[in-house]
Each structure stands twice: as C-alpha cells, then as structure tokens.
Design a protein. Structure first.
Length: 312
C-alpha cells in the first residue's frame, strides 16, 4: 500500500506533464476519427475525402447541417421520436414532412408547432401547404385523425398527449384498460387516474377539453368545436389548441426539450449530469437563434465532441 501511494505521488505530476506537452495523442480523437464521428452522427454516412483530410473537421459542421443527408436523417429521427410507430400512410407522418421543410429553410424550430402550415395531400403528393389557419403540423387532417383516439365522448386524450409529448418531451404510459374499468370522464377522476387526467400540469382531460371533439370514426370522422370553455392550464387561461401550443412553445420545457432532442440525435442518449454546462450552452444558443441547427451545432462544434471517451 505504502509503496503504491508513494509511486502515485511521483506519477501524477508526470501524467499531467505528458498531457500538457502532447495533447492530441491522449485527449483528442485524431482528425480522421473526429471526421468519421462527425459525419456518422450528422449524416449516417462515412465522411467524404475532403472531410476526412480536413485538419479541423468541426469547422465543417455548418456545411454538413445544410446537406440533404443531414436533413433527411434528422427528420426521420424526429418522426421516430414524436410517434410510437411509423404512420400507416406517409401523410400521417406529418412531423417528418414538416421537419424536412423547417430544416431545409432554416426556419425557427417553433414553426413545427406554430407555423402557418399544414401537411396534406395535394394531387396525391404529401405537401406542405401554406395555411393561415395552420398550426405547424398539429392541424393536419391525417395527423388529427391518426391521434383522435377512441374516447366515448370524442374527448381527444390521445391528441392532447401527443401535443404535450412533442412539444415538451413528457413521456407517460397510459393505464391498461381491463374489463369493467370505468374509462368515462367520471372514472378518470378516480385516484388511480386523476394524477394524469385531471390533477397535474399536463392534466390530459383539461388539455383535451380545449381541443376540438371527435365525432364519428374512420372515414366519417369529423371534428367539432370544443364546448367546455377556457381552462386554467400552464398558469394561463387557455381557450383553444393554438393558445395551448403557444403557451407550451413559450415554456422553458420547450427549450429544454429542443436540446434533449439534439442530444438524442447527436449522441443517441440523453445528456449526462457532467454535461450540464454544455447543455446550458445548447439552450442559450437555441434561445438566441431559434433554430434546431443552432442546438445541434453547439453540441457538435464543442471540443468534447472530438475527445476520447465522449462516445457512449
Ligand atoms: C401515467 C398517466 C396515466 C394514468 C395514471 C392514466 N392514464 Fe389514461 N391516458 C394516459 C395517456 C398518456 C393517454 C393517451 C394515450 C395515447 O393515446 O397516446 C391516456 C388515454 C386514456 C383514454 C383515451 C383512450 C383513447 O383511445 O382515446 C382513456 C379512456 C383513459 N386514458 C382512461 C384512463 C383511466 C380510466 C385511468 C385510471 C384507471 C387512466 N386512464 C389512468 C395516461 C394515463
């Protein structure tokens, strides 16, 4: 023990001296490995010859973020994150189509939820339609039907949850319905249900009550104006889906979730506790620039991205 401790005393200054004089060999990935990591993370492909030969691959982040390979990969990632499974038809994957549009045009990420657009079929092609009455993809006909749910009075609990999940990242697992369970609005006020359905900031029944109501099913499905009147939600009086989504997008949870999504895309995991300062820089960059690109660039231009041990 004593000998070990003594030799450590000698070793420690030697190690720090070695780090100080030869940084790239120990701490930093070589430039070619950095180029590979960057290219795979952003585009899913190996780097081209120019990137591989670049003495500072991270200087190419902005160029990579303009490329179609990145935009395609990121839009698919977002779609997988915002939906539990792929849609039955492409038009149902509204988040994928609008993400491509938002990223290609370098629009603020909030346009995903608040932009004057809808995702719709035009001559059988999935299109981004300019629509003064649009709400990002959240009023797209196929998406509304996909998430209309089956609640007996047409209360769109499924839509309510999807809006909350896609804007803030909140993740809930719906209760398992067993025969005899009272799933009506009255039943959902029971202690086992009210936590998610009435009592929390994300109270699904209150959120759903400001949305339109589903009438009918399948091809006959249509939506009627809400009748419950404005609700107290998120510290505000909220009357409709637009006010709801606006309040969600203006919340700190939204900015936080943008960087969560960016982290998930770049690293395939959530941020670690020790990455708090980097996460904060990501949120700051998003707050000033408003684009998803700003968040992703913060993470991939950071020195830590091309350091040993930064891969999970
Ligand atoms: C942990 C949170 C949570 C709890 C507790 C919970 N639910 Fe839910 N509930 C959800 C979520 C999330 C959804 C939306 C699921 C979806 O469609 O994506 C949902 C949806 C529903 C729906 C609508 C289904 C549809 O297809 O439209 C009913 C009805 C429902 N819950 C009843 C209940 C009842 C009854 C209880 C108590 C026994 C309960 N829930 C407890 C989270 C919860």
């Amino acid at each position: 023990m004593h000998r070990l401790a003594a030799s450590l005393v000698v070793l420690v200054p030697l190690i720090s001296l070695a780090q100080a004089t030869t940084p790239p060999a120990t701490a930093t990935l070589g430039t070619s490995r950095c180029a590979v990591k960057l290219s795979v993370a952003l585009t899913g492909r190996s780097p081209d010859a120019a990137l591989l030969a670049n003495p500072n691959p991270q200087a190419q982040v902005d160029a990579l973020l303009q490329g179609t390979a990145f935009i395609e990969r990121f839009s698919r990632f977002v779609n997988a994150r915002f939906n539990d499974e792929p849609g039955a038809a492409s038009v149902e994957d509204a988040a994928y189509h609008l993400a491509k549009h938002v990223m290609t045009n370098r629009l603020p990420w909030s346009d995903m939820f608040l932009g004057a657009t809808r995702v719709d079929l035009v001559n059988n092609n999935v299109s981004i339609v300019t629509d003064a009455n649009g709400l990002g993809y959240l009023r797209s006909p196929a998406w509304l039907k996909r998430y209309a749910g089956n609640e007996e009075q047409g209360v769109k609990l499924s839509t309510a949850y999807r809006i909350l999940n896609n804007t803030t990242g909140i993740s809930l697992t719906a209760a398992v319905v067993v025969p005899g369970l009272d799933v009506s609005a009255a039943g959902r006020r029971n202690a086992a249900c009210a936590g998610c359905h009435y009592d929390s900031w994300f109270a699904l029944d209150k959120v759903a009550s400001v949305l339109t109501k589903r009438v009918g099913t399948g091809d006959a499905m249509r939506f009627e104006a809400p009748t419950a009147g404005p609700q107290q939600l998120l510290g505000k009086t909220i009357a409709d889906d637009k006010a709801l989504v606006t309040a969600l997008v203006n919340s700190p949870d939204f900015e936080f979730n943008v960087c969560r999504v960016a982290f998930g895309f770049v690293h395939g995991r959530n941020e670690l506790a020790c990455e708090g300062p980097l996460f904060d820089r990501c949120v700051d960059a998003f707050r000033t620039q408003r684009t998803m690109q700003a968040a992703i660039a913060t993470l991939t231009k950071d020195a830590s991205f091309c350091r040993e041990g930064s891969t999970p």
